[in-house]
Design a protein around this ligand. Sequence first.
Ligand code: NAG
Length: 508
Amino acid sequence: MNMFLAPQGRTYLIVTLSATLSILVNFQEAYSNSYPNTAYYSFQTYINESYILRGNVDGMSEDMYTWVWSLILNIWFLGYLFGVFFTPYMTDNYGRKTSLILANMVSLLGTVCCATGISTMRPELFFLGRIVASASCGVSFITLILFLQETTPTSMRGVASFLSETAFIFVSVIGMGCGLNAIFGLDLYKLVAFAIIPGIAAVLIMFPLKETPKFLLIHRKDKKAAIEALKYYRGYAKNYDDIIANILKECDDKLHVPLWKALNDVLFTPHLRKALLLGIASLQLVVGIWPIVYLSTDILETHFSNETAQYASFAFIIANFLASTFGLCYVDQFGRRPMMLGAGILNTGCLISYIVFDRLAGSVSHLYRYGCVASLIGFGITYGGALGPIAIFISSELVAQRYRSLMQSIVFGMNTSISFVLSFVTLPMYKLISAWSFIPLFIIPSILALTYLYRNLPETKGREIHDIVAEMIQNENPILFARKRVASRSLSTVTMESCLDEESEKSA
Ligand SMILES: *[C@@H]1O[C@H](CO)[C@@H](O)[C@H](O)[C@H]1NC(C)=O
């Protein structure tokens, strides 16, 4: 029995394993989307030079370059979208672990392709590498959240899932740092190829780990392997029957319906549709982060020199990260609702105060510009401290196993599409109407989403998923629920038996 890396229920090992996994698995995505920020000029030279090398002696025009560069950056969202929609197929057929191994391998391939594109002066290869890496990152980002949620005990589910985003922000700090001229900013090959090291580690670390107990029990119907996995992740227990019974409460007879049928269920079953809308609304609160991570330097240059704007942006991402490590300590103490909604309100408030200071700096006194920096840092703190990490995993706590990966996939698909549009629109709109553009782009959608969440989001902290789902069903359909409740005892027994049917047949 392989117990290498096994946390066995020990808190510090669960945290260490979750953190290491999150950093390694999210590395390619977070890194390759943060270094272009600081290494912007080196990329411009590289693309221009490769163009000149092909016989265009005058080089690339500014206009054409802007077009090429935003294509290279934004292609990420399209590849990612493909990965996101491919995820349920991968995770539900091959399991969470195998999906992560495959995705990490493909993403390593993408990074190697990018690095080759730099060393051979072929931006096409760099572009292709980004498509390959983004598609696999779409799979690995979502699968990692499922993996963390399904391997950790209920009491630590929040911390482990929160870690995924903390790690993401941490790697963004590394990426922005490495992109500085003082580090790898002037040597693009080193900058890009650096990601190969954590890429290899990400593939290797997955092999000794076990598949998640929930997947083994519900999808594979392998009770013995599930108990092994439970021992591996949660440690020894006197009685596994209780834990198994609890997990099986998430299981229903719809487990083997095809994906398109499940999609139909999600769209037309009231409580599933409600979970879907809650997931979309939660992620709507965080769409502002990417345009701001991409453009904060540009936006701050309205009031500051280029260098000061860069440092302010760097301060923003560091504050974001520090707040996130702080939030980790509180996520399983305070509820998800107060944390996410409270941080969401403050986060939107920071955008509003940015506009106010921006106006004052322009019309009253130049000193008000520091209020803009403070608002940006406040935006980072409220994002990292609670809003971002919780918004990203909350939807997977609202549905049972059968629908979890499908739900994450639809919610992230919607979100990626919205981010794609926003990342194109934000800069032109900012140039057109300055900070006022935040109102239609971010502030109004956030207020609508916050209102919806305030009214409908159930508290999920410290509760088993089947219990949360039951509450959602009850809220959506009180009469039906009351009727079902009468028969609930016999119903759950039947479900459990049907879930383990094949398993008992096998052992018989
Ligand atoms: C590319 O290089 C040429 C020649 O050095 C220069 O005139 C042109 O402005 C450069 N274009 C960009 C987008 O940097």
